[in-house]
Design a protein. Structure first.
Length: 276
């Protein structure tokens, strides 16, 4: 797989269409996704402009994580458009047989959208520094000295620069998740996608990761965050999107969505969240 990635990426690293500063990094248009007969996304449209933070909230099963995975093509969708920096994904087939048609395009998109998962997914046999360096070396074929310098800098940025030579099992959950964020940053992506990045952590360790995400938002990085943490969504987001049963029930600026929710469903969701 690593050879395939290196082969495909050779010569295509900058193969994007001409875009302007106003071109959104991510556009989702009328996206539909089903698992068999179960329709999970029922026509969702979202735009993530450059430098904006979009938070996705909603009950379990509302389609938040599925939407995020459709963004970087970890999941196939049956209808609608996925557009990256003005470049629509090219599809072949229809319905449940629809798949991305261009492997070069898929790899280019995935390497420019770094995903941070709920589970940290670090290689247990590699040191933290090796984990962060692995993808830039094997997938992007970057210079080792440059990659190591960047990896150490990103580990410093997330507050674990002194843990370069230890193994994942020697770190707390919060430290492992911060290492996963450093790994994502080391790919120098156009956007970061976070899928419930703090839900596997206890409250004290959760705050370590929240601080890193807030710092990244303050830098003006483009991010989409699936989260159960309403305070995080309120603090870092330009737009909050409330999903309910595969549809956008309500969206807007956090002060509006949290301060004056319009729909009964959103009011009920926020009330239940505060009571928990």
């Amino acid at each position: 797989m690593a050879w395939f990635c290196r082969h495909i990426l050779a010569g295509i690293a900058n193969d994007w269409p001409d875009v302007t500063q106003d071109t959104p990094v991510i556009e989702i248009r009328d996206l539909h996704k089903a698992y068999g007969a179960l329709e999970v996304l029922k026509g969702v449209s979202i735009t993530a402009p450059k430098g904006h933070v979009i938070s996705l909230i909603g009950s379990s099963g509302s389609g938040k994580s599925t939407l995020l995975r459709c963004c970087n093509l970890l999941e196939d969708s049956q209808q609608g458009e996925v557009v990256f920096k003005g470049e629509p994904v090219i599809w072949r087939g229809t319905g449940h047989g629809r798949r991305p048609a261009d492997p070069k395009q898929v790899l280019r998109i995935r390497t420019n959208l770094s995903m941070v998962f709920q589970q940290f997914n670090l290689w247990a046999h590699m040191t933290i520094l090796q984990n962060v360096m692995e993808a830039p070396l094997t997938v992007l074929r970057r210079d080792r000295a440059e990659v190591e310098a960047a990896a150490r800098a990103y580990l410093d940025k997330v507050g674990i620069g002194d843990k370069c030579d230890v193994y994942p099992a020697q770190l707390s959950g919060g430290q492992q998740q911060r290492a996963a964020i450093a790994r994502a940053l080391c790919m120098e992506p156009e956007a970061l996608l976070f899928d419930e990045p703090t839900s596997a952590l206890d409250p004290e360790l959760e705050q370590e990761v929240v601080k890193v995400i807030k710092d990244l938002a303050a830098e003006g990085r483009t991010m989409m965050i699936v989260t159960h943490d309403m305070k995080l969504a309120a603090d870092v987001s330009d737009t909050v999107v409330f999903l309910h049963q595969g549809l956008i029930e309500e969206q807007g600026a956090p002060e509006t969505l949290f301060g004056a929710p319009k729909s009964e469903r959103l009011r009920g969701f926020l009330s239940a969240t505060h009571a928990a």
